[in-house]
Ligand binder design. Structure first.
Ligand SMILES: Nc1ncnc2c1ncn2[C@@H]1O[C@H](COP(=O)(O)OP(=O)(O)OP(=O)(O)O)[C@@H](O)[C@H]1O
Ligand SMILES: [Mg+2]
Length: 324
């Protein structure tokens, strides 16, 4: 459905010299450097998939999404979305995609959401009976009723995001691109957005590409994760394989009775220490949890302990550290 090959995007940035002398020089020289925001990215996404797109700040995620939507023209490489090349045929492509940029709005700031929905319906030429049906459906499942007639500028972030999602889906697109849809939302608001996305992905088979810094979004929605760093794809596989990629690590959290020095057995590493609270990371291929706990309990007086899966954030941090 989506096929991306050898995709690259370079930005030319003017280099400015600072100070008075520099400012004069800037007038005469047109020096620029090239930033490669996306470098030789290849992937395919099948109909009905929900794919997480992760990476640190500046990795190239938004640039990729902008090329997929047709807003940006690639420097090299090709994109085909159902046979359409987005930047050559932006209008045709717009009919099959919905886009939500968490940092921007496609709703009119001074209008209530319901009026934005009507306008967007007209722009996308959605037949009026179909539009009404879709709006009613989104009012129902996204619980928009209470603020449908309030100007968008007066809505909370979570309310606004629910309206953004409805707005992006009014024309029944097959594909939904989401660039940080849960940014700045509280736990409850995040959860309702996730449930909604899960529903449209599973029931309506909307294909989703989701960019986020919130790994809980990915863990609750996506079977597949792509990780980009410095413009290059460094992982494209299941979440399980992302977690398993650096051995089987777990974390042990300990509350000690005393503030003494702790000697850890082989296969363990101290992650952090805050007085009597310590966090240890251990490799389960070398030492199993019961063995580690017995070892430590023999040497120290323990008040409390808990064992956790290594959070996916740490797995990704490791990929960044080892592969860049
Ligand atoms: N219009 C632009 N002009 C120049 N450089 C740009 C432009 N847009 C993006 N870049 C650069 O391209 C790189 C990738 O940016 P991009 O916005 O794709 O990152 P990102 O992965 O979305 O990061 P974030 O998590 O912070 O949103 C960065 O180095 C950025 O500074
Ligand atoms: Mg971004």
């Amino acid at each position: 459905m989506i096929k991306v090959s050898g995709l690259e995007k370079e930005f030319k940035i003017m280099t400015h010299k600072s100070g008075m002398v520099g400012a004069t020089k800037n007038l005469f020289s047109r020096k620029h450097t090239t930033v490669k925001a996306v470098a030789d990215v290849n992937f395919e996404i099948q109909r009905g998939e929900c794919v997480g797109y992760l990476g640190p700040n500046g990795a190239g995620k938004s640039t990729t999404i902008k090329m997929l939507t047709g807003i940006l023209v690639p420097t090299r490489g090709s994109i085909s979305v159902n046979g359409i090349t987005p930047f050559e045929n932006r209008k045709e492509n717009a009919k099959q995609i919905g886009v939500v940029f968490g940092q921007r709005t496609q709703l009119w700031w001074d209008l209530p959401p319901i009026e934005s929905f009507d306008l967007l319906g007209k722009i996308y030429k959605v037949p009026s009976s179909k539009l009404k049906k879709n709006i009613d459906n989104f009012i129902d499942i996204l619980d928009l009723e209470k603020f449908l007639h309030t100007p968008v500028r007066k809505l909370s972030l979570g309310q606004k995001m629910r309206c953004e999602l409805a707005a992006a889906l009014l024309h029944d697109p097959e594909i939904l691109y989401l660039d940080e849809p849960t940014i700045g939302l509280d736990v409850m608001a995040k959860d309702s957005i996730r449930q909604f996305l899960k529903k449209i992905n599973e029931e309506d088979k909307v294909t989703i590409l989701l960019t986020t810094h919130d790994l809980d979004d990915v863990e609750s929605l996506c079977k597949r994760v792509m990780v980009i760093d410095n413009g290059k794809l460094i992982h494209d596989d299941s979440i399980a394989s992302l977690k398993g990629r650096f051995g089987n690590y777990k974390n042990l959290e300990l509350d000690l009775e005393n503030d003494e020095e702790v000697h850890l057995p082989v296969g363990c590493e101290l992650v952090r220490r805050d007085g009597k609270k310590i966090m240890v990371e251990f490799n389960t291929d070398i030492i199993k949890a019961p063995e580690l706990i017995t070892n430590l309990a023999g040497k120290h007086s323990l008040i409390d302990l808990s064992v956790h899966e290594r959070p996916i954030e740490e797995v990704i941090k490791r990929i960044y550290q080892t592969e860049v």
